[in-house]
Ligand binder design. Structure first.
Ligand SMILES: Cc1cc2nc3c(=O)[nH]c(=O)nc-3n(C[C@H](O)[C@H](O)[C@H](O)COP(=O)(O)O)c2cc1C
Length: 345
């Protein structure tokens, strides 16, 4: 089945949900252009989720995707938290931040019963998850109104697991991809494959439609992914300079610069491996560090450093999420970018 038929869209282009750098505006623009716009909810309160979903409904009749994380929240450890703060202490000193005034807190909430309730009011055509799938009871509630369910696989084993546990299509997320790795069956990063190696192997091993993600920056990349057997693509980084994205000034500057050619997987910003442009904190403490608490508990202690540095125009402590290929980033409307991505298929 084509992706267009499965999801009720015109172009096989999914705008990747990107928590923290976009809201309803980007989703509306892409859906109205014939692709599938996405609303990332991992960092939104229930109230904001409801407002953003109302905004989408008011501006498009087309299908859109709503995205959630579904990690198991960790048990906080005071010991790990204090080790993490000790690692950051020299920076707190440099920026005059009072270490005791920094709140502890999770920063990212997993899909919940409350979220399912909010979603039910809007009945989106597509719901996608990162880090596996939610518990069967919650997934059944989403399926009840006929939503198509997508989730990312970073290995063939994860793709098989998603097929066995209720996904309707699989997003094959290559190692090239920006943002968090969807990895959920293991924490062994040596298991991770580039998009070009991952997509054909998942296509061969599962019967579900496969969507390619990671490093796709232009129409040729889209055509290449489809030549490997993908039914469509999920594109993130390439949308980050669009005016509808809410990417920060330091993030935009980094994406436009030569620095964007050097990305790495880092756990410093959240506790889970995610790909970002290498910056000062990644160079000095990582990019991977055993001091960072479990996802998403690493977020709170870095947040004040990020805020102070960004206030001075510096991205030294910001998560400058990017895939390995930022060459397609353009400051053009997302609708135009979506049509350009689909130009060779
Ligand atoms: C800034 C940014 C934020 C992201 N946030 C999310 C998210 O909230 N949920 C999700 O499922 N994937 C997220 N991702 C991963 C994307 O779904 C996708 O796998 C990735 O963007 C594809 O690689 P590309 O960035 O090279 O196009 C994010 C990616 C980026 C670049």
């Amino acid at each position: 089945m084509t992706l267009q038929r499965l999801l009720g869209i015109e172009l096989p282009i999914i705008q990747a949900p990107m928590a923290g750098v976009q809201g309803s505006a980007l989703a509306v623009a892409v859906s109205n252009a014939g692709g599938l716009g996405s609303l990332p909810c991992a960092m939104l309160s229930m109230d904001t989720t409801r407002k953003e979903l109302s905004a989408i409904k008011a501006q498009t009749d087309r299908p859109f995707n709503v995205n959630f994380f579904c990690h198991a929240p960790p048990t906080p450890s005071a010991e790990r938290e204090s080790a993490w703060r000790a690692a950051l202490a020299p920076y707190y000193k440099e920026y005059g931040i009072d270490i005791d005034a920094i709140p502890v807190g999770p920063g990212r909430a997993p899909f919940s019963s409350e979220a399912a309730e909010v979603l039910h009011e809007f009945k989106p055509a597509v719901v996608s998850f990162h880090f596996g799938l939610p518990p069967a009871e919650l997934l059944a509630r989403v399926r009840a109104w006929g939503a198509r369910i997508l989730s990312s696989a970073t290995t063939v084993d994860e793709a098989r697991w998603l097929e066995a546990n209720g996904a309707d299509a699989i997003i094959a997320q290559g190692l090239d991809a920006g943002g968090h790795r969807g990895i959920f069956l293991s924490d062994d990063l040596t298991s991770q494959l580039g998009t070009m190696a991952l997509v054909p192997q998942i296509v061969r091993e599962v019967n579900l439609p496969v969507i390619a993600a990671g490093g796709i920056a232009d129409a040729k990349g889209v055509a290449a992914a489809m030549a490997m057997g993908a039914v469509g693509v999920q594109v993130g980084t390439t949308y980050l300079l669009c005016p509808e994205a809410t990417s920060s000034a330091v993030h935009r500057a980094a994406l436009r610069s030569e620095a964007a050619r050097h990305t790495a997987l880092t756990n410093l910003f959240t506790g889970r491996p995610a790909r970002a442009i290498v910056n000062r904190i990644m160079r000095e403490l990582g990019p991977m560090s055993t001091a960072a608490p479990a996802f998403p508990l690493a977020v709170a202690a870095v947040a004040p450093l990020r805020a102070k540095a960004e206030g001075r125009g510096s991205g030294d402590f910001s998560p400058l999420w990017s895939g390995q290929n930022a060459s397609g980033c353009k400051e053009i409307p997302a609708a135009q970018l979506t049509r350009e991505l689909a130009a060779a298929i």
